[in-house]
Write a protein of this length. Sequence first.
Length: 276
Amino acid sequence: MGDRRGAWGAPSKNSWKYQQVEAPITMAVGKNKRLSKGGKKGTKKKAVDCMTRKEWYDVLAPSVFSSRQCCKTLVNKTHGTKKSEDFLKGRVFEVNLADLMEGDETYGSRKMLLRVDEVQGRNCVTNFHGMDLTTDKLRSLVKKWCTLIETKVNVKTNDGYHLRVFVIGFTDRVKNHQVKKNCYAQSSQVRAIRAKMTQLVTSHISKTDLQGAVKKFIHELIGKDIQKTCHRIFPLRDVYVRKVKLLRTPKFDLSKLLEAHNNDIPVSREEIGTAV
């Protein structure tokens, strides 16, 4: 069949290029896989309560604190090769010191960090991980007409824990003898006070173990000693161990961890509750 063209060279409507052939429509015989699985497309899955896959564990603080069972934590139940203990180990809890000392509000300005090192039964056995002052307490210490003196010391306890201790203090007026409004210290006095702070922190912590150092942090023994010793250089007020970081820990020893808990791990069971 030849190509019929119009007056301007374009193919005419009667040419073979405009002829359309309609092929027969055939459909596959079989099941519609999308509709066979649960009816209409886009149906929602059955809602399952996520708490049915969880279980509660008690968090135990070391024996240097009065209240041992400080809080509870939640974790997925053991399923196949995924054990719940593996998800609990390494968790860090921030607890107010007042809650660890039977609600004594005099300790309410400190936050303690506790790290889970071992899981026994339904108990998470923790160890000291750090300490910090609360923000409102730290802001209340800063005042005008005085010098702020701060230092940090890297020190190692006698059982192999490496700590970084931050100390803060403020100069004070000489009571009943000073007429001046301010109490600024000279730079040489500030350097001498910093050196004395470093010396006292090192001597206090390097001669004791981690739990003994925690006792000194709780009862502010280091800050009181610094304030008393540095009075010869310049009077100080509000000397605190502001922050403690745990830099490095020795190889894990279960017996030493249990000694920090006085080998007293109470039996803990999950509270199922009562039927309503």
